[in-house]
Design a protein around this ligand. Structure first.
Ligand code: HEC
Ligand code: HEC
Ligand code: HEC
Length: 136
């Protein structure tokens, strides 16, 4: 490969700068909200498989869940494929409502809390149904 090392080093530097605001915000002392992952579906999963798990690792999810959701949508809508196989070989139905929000049924205390903090407003719930929660 021609000068592969330099290209990779260049890419790494670019990514470090590009992602800096994101990491910087996540790392702010005391500012980051507490995110609760204690829901009935997550407890049920932990009993069945021995530990609390997301679709992929926590670090991957934190950085890539937007892209993952895009890929899921494309897979379902364009290819009609609804089954996702994760890095550990476990299967998940590719659904925002029935998978993500089945486990994260506390959307306000989880998705919304982080999005509000990061000033992100996904428009998905104009169409997709949110879980019913008691707390406002
Ligand atoms: C204009 C309405 C609309 C908006 C806005 C919208 N979707 Fe969808 N979405 C749909 C429809 C319709 C389907 C197809 C449903 C099916 O075939 O099960 C779908 C399917 C999906 C699927 C796969 C099926 C499922 O049950 O989840 C995913 C994942 C998804 N959308 C994610 C998103 C995300 C993420 C956003 C926001 C960034 C979003 N959608 C915004 C209408 C919408
Ligand atoms: C089987 C239950 C389950 C499903 C399904 C699930 N999650 Fe998770 N999710 C978890 C658990 C448990 C954690 C905490 C993992 C940990 O602490 O290691 C988590 C962590 C996360 C995080 C990182 C939170 C943080 O503290 O940084 C994000 C983001 C996330 N999930 C989004 C999603 C999205 C988007 C989907 C659907 C594509 C999804 N999750 C589907 C259980 C689930
Ligand atoms: C740890 C913080 C965190 C948690 C928890 C989290 N998100 Fe996000 N989410 C973000 C950030 C930051 C962005 C913006 C990233 C970007 O712009 O590249 C984002 C973006 C998104 C987007 C794309 C929005 C757009 O307009 O492009 C979707 C869809 C989304 N999140 C869905 C979810 C769902 C569903 C959950 C809960 C199951 C969730 N997120 C939980 C931090 C989080």
């Amino acid at each position: 490969m021609y000068n592969g090392g330099k290209i990779i080093a260049g890419l790494a530097v670019f990514l470090a700068f590009f992602l800096f605001p994101f990491y910087y915000n996540l790392g702010k002392a005391n500012a980051r909200p507490e995110l609760k992952t204690d829901t009935p579906a997550i407890r049920e999963w932990a009993q069945k498989y021995g530990k609390k798990e997301c679709v992929e690792s926590k670090d991957f999810m934190r950085a890539e869940h937007m892209q993952l959701l895009n890929d899921w949508r494309d897979s379902v809508v364009r290819d009609g494929n609804r089954i996702y196989t994760n890095a550990e070989g476990r299967h998940h139905l590719m659904s925002l409502q029935n998978t993500c929000l089945n486990c994260h049924s506390n959307k306000k205390e989880f998705c919304d809390k982080c999005h509000n903090y990061m000033a992100v407003k996904p428009y998905c719930f104009n169409c997709h149904v949110e879980p019913k929660e008691n707390k406002s």
